[in-house]
Design a protein around this ligand. Sequence first.
Ligand SMILES: Cc1ncc(COP(=O)(O)O)c(C=O)c1O
Length: 450
Amino acid sequence: MPHALNRTEGDINLSSSRKGWYSVINDAETARFLDEDARYFLHQSLSTPCLDVLVSCEGIYLEDLQGKKYMDFHGNNVHQVGYRNAFVLDRVKAQMDSLPFSPRRYANIPAIELAKKLGSLFPEDLNRVLFAPGGTSAVSMALKLARIVTGKHKVISLWDSFHGASLDAISAGGERDFRKGMGPLIPGVERIPPPTTYRGPFAGSAGDDMAYAEYLEYVIEKEGDIGAFIIETIRNTDVQIPSQAYWTKIREICTRHQVLLILDEIPIAFGRTGKMFAFEHYNIAPDIVCLGKGLGAGVIPMAAIVARESFNIAHEVSLGHFTFEKNPLGSVAALAMLEYIEQHNLLIKVREDAIFMKEQLDRMHQKHSIIGDVRGIGLLWGIELVKDRHTKEKAVFEAEKIMYECLHRGLSFKVSQGNVIQLSPPLTITRDELSEALNILEQSIGSITI
Ligand SMILES: Cc1ncc(COP(=O)(O)O)c(C=O)c1O
């Protein structure tokens, strides 16, 4: 039986399809390194044992030991400006030669410039910044700051949400599989259903997700003492795109109840959706934003929170206190990434690519009955696979088969929720490369029979 419940954040590394995959990459050298990897690392879900052994990357491509290239439509969401972007690398290399590390208690110019730059990109008074070495740590800082600012410790999040893998982040997140067997977590987390327009139990007519917004107010009023609502503006993994009405209502509810709106844009900021930040599509301003992943341009781990000026009140508390806080390397990488996006008009390009993606994927939707829904924005697309369009039963094994077939043909992506193919290529991808990837995908879908 398919074990759909265990397939949430991404495809799993223990399935029978994964075992079959190892016969595809069966050269001795690769097998030896995969064995060593599996020998020395602690095994964990979604990671070790691994898929393949990489030796290089460039642009949209990963390259393995045998010289096989994968177009990377996943990239852990770090590759907005492509892998080994020369503009970024030159800046990072130059910084390495001067100040590669800056101990806490000292300021450094790249970090100041990045804080200033980030602040300038945000609306209203969102201009206070803290850096961290990873997205999970940014979420952690945001949750701490919200407690200090509001004096209230409870937080609302969405079922199925992922905000990082540390104990506090899995406590705040909504994925049962990450909490399973972990014992007591941080108290005071309430969860509400995620806004889903396609499969959701509260979804009305197509596009109507307002009941999900009303649920927020219901819980705030019933529970009391809620200080923050943490949510991805657009859910990255299975690509859930709330309506304008949803976001207008959520902002209004949070403001009325003095609940801070924390937007987690860790995977989708920096142009992924065709705007620098996804919340810009909705004409709303958050209270705290979490950033990460692509902030370090696929070179240096780097994350941040950006918060309102008036939240600068935690002088006597350590919100972050990370060794690699004001990382000069991460700062120059981020500054170069932002400059590259601006200089190459990537936001406009992404919006044009979105039109092409929609045309192509809508055509596939009409042609292939296994595709139950296609949704996306910018260069973030989800293709939901179903056994039957009426029952919407998830096509879990078929999704995995298609993924491994695509990997075989040189296209890498992630499957989320067991049946959603998620496509998020580098924003620098050319139209020819996009077409080639979609051809591979369509051929692979065509090769599957339900
Ligand atoms: C929405 C979201 N929030 C937070 C995180 C955690 O980021 P990191 O892995 O850098 O700690 C992730 C990572 O996948 C994410 O997708």
